[in-house]
Design a binder for this molecule. Structure first.
Ligand SMILES: Nc1nc2c(c(=O)[nH]1)N[C@H]1C(S)=C(S)[C@@H](COP(=O)(O)O)O[C@H]1N2
Ligand SMILES: [Mo]
Length: 336
């Protein structure tokens, strides 16, 4: 059965999961990580019969919740493969095969193929504008100068699907501290490579290329904002924005601009590609907010890739505690 929502978008009823079921699933996944860690230590214990809750839990955990060495079956590390809410990492094949990257194509399932020969080396990022120390950073400088850390973040696309992605990268703040914005600088403006030879999507006349995004300086200084150079412990693939892209997990995915070649500190609020394309639909802030709908669809819930059903969308994508201070006193409906 298809259910039409207010804006006329059809959602199969099978995709709508009651809250208590997904909350249970979440608790289950948390438990599953523990079950497996214990279960595999006692490796000789007889396996529970197939279909038995313990067997299901173990299998689910093996697939999603812990690092298993595929050859020996041993737990490779004790790190559970879940985010801080207990949500499992989205499978690598989904993270690397279901992408938005309009410079290549608007078809999410075709980006990986069209981007496979994209040249990400040599690569330089020009950093300037209102800063004391402008410069050109080679991608290798960015990788070696700044300690790379793993950050497991939810990515919520404005189209109402989401993933959990283990990024590798470093806080954007570290770069800003090095280049020292002057007192006139109020925003950070980012630009993606604009190379029609390599990016067939740039032929589309609907967008004003290059892809541009921006953050207010205090947002850019928040520890959650990172420049990512890898995911799942490996270098980024072209479809995910290689060799370096922004990740701002409390904002809709389109703010997380890919394949950056230019970063400028500026005084005026930058106009992003999406604001330019449809200012009534995409604002500068683009904070994930279940209470403010997109003009054409609800933002109240989302489809987590790899899951059946839908889950409630969380304020600031679940990062309210870390970022709400940035917007105190602001009308989030007007500043959407
Ligand atoms: N340059 C550029 N960056 C981009 C996009 C794009 O089309 N071009 N798409 C954005 C959107 S809409 C989303 S949801 C995320 C998707 O990131 P992923 O494919 O790595 O999951 O990238 C964002 N960054
Ligand atoms: Mo998106």
């Amino acid at each position: 059965m298809l259910i039409k929502n207010k804006s006329g978008i059809e959602i199969p009823s099978s995709e709508i999961t009651p809250k208590h079921i997904y909350l249970n699933r979440r608790t289950f996944m948390k438990g599953a990580a523990v079950v497996t860690a214990a279960g595999l230590v006692a490796a000789c214990r007889p396996a529970p019969p197939e279909g038995h809750p313990a067997a299901v839990a173990t299998q689910a955990a093996q697939e999603a919740a812990v690092n298993i060495d595929p050859t020996t079956g041993a737990v490779a590390t004790a790190t559970p493969r879940v985010d801080e809410l207990g949500d499992p990492w989205t499978p690598y094949r989904d993270v690397t095969n279901y992408n938005n990257y309009y410079e290549f194509t608007t078809d999410k399932n075709d980006v990986a193929k069209l981007a496979q020969d994209f040249q990400t080396s040599p690569w330089q990022v020009t950093v300037g504008g209102m800063v004391k120390n402008p410069g050109v950073y080679d991608i290798d400088d960015l990788r070696t100068k700044f300690d790379q850390e793993e950050r497991v973040y939810r990515l919520r696309c404005v189209e109402a699907w989401s993933m959990v992605i283990p990024w590798m990268g470093f806080p954007l703040r570290k770069l800003l501290e090095e280049i020292e914005p002057t007192s006139e600088a109020k925003y950070v403006r980012f630009e993606t490579l604009n190379d029609p030879e390599q990016m067939p999507g740039l032929r589309s006349p609907w967008y004003s290329w290059p892809y541009v995004e921006g953050l207010r300086i205090d947002e850019a200084m928040n520890d959650l904002a990172i420049l990512a150079t890898g995911l799942y412990g490996e270098a980024l693939l072209p479809q995910n924005g290689a060799p370096v892209r922004l990740v701002v997990p409390w904002k809709y995915g389109f703010k997380s601009i890919k394949s950056i070649v230019k970063i400028d500190l500026v005084a005026e609020q930058p106009t992003s590609l999406w604001m330019d394309a449809a200012s009534n639909e995409y604002g500068f802030y683009a904070n994930v907010n279940p209470n403010v709908n997109h003009p054409r669809w609800s933002q109240a819930n989302e489809r987590r890739i790899g899951e059946i059903g839908r889950r409630d969308t969380l304020m600031f994508n679940g990062y309210e505690e870390q970022v709400a201070y940035l917007y105190e006193g602001m009308d989030l409906r007007a500043n959407f």
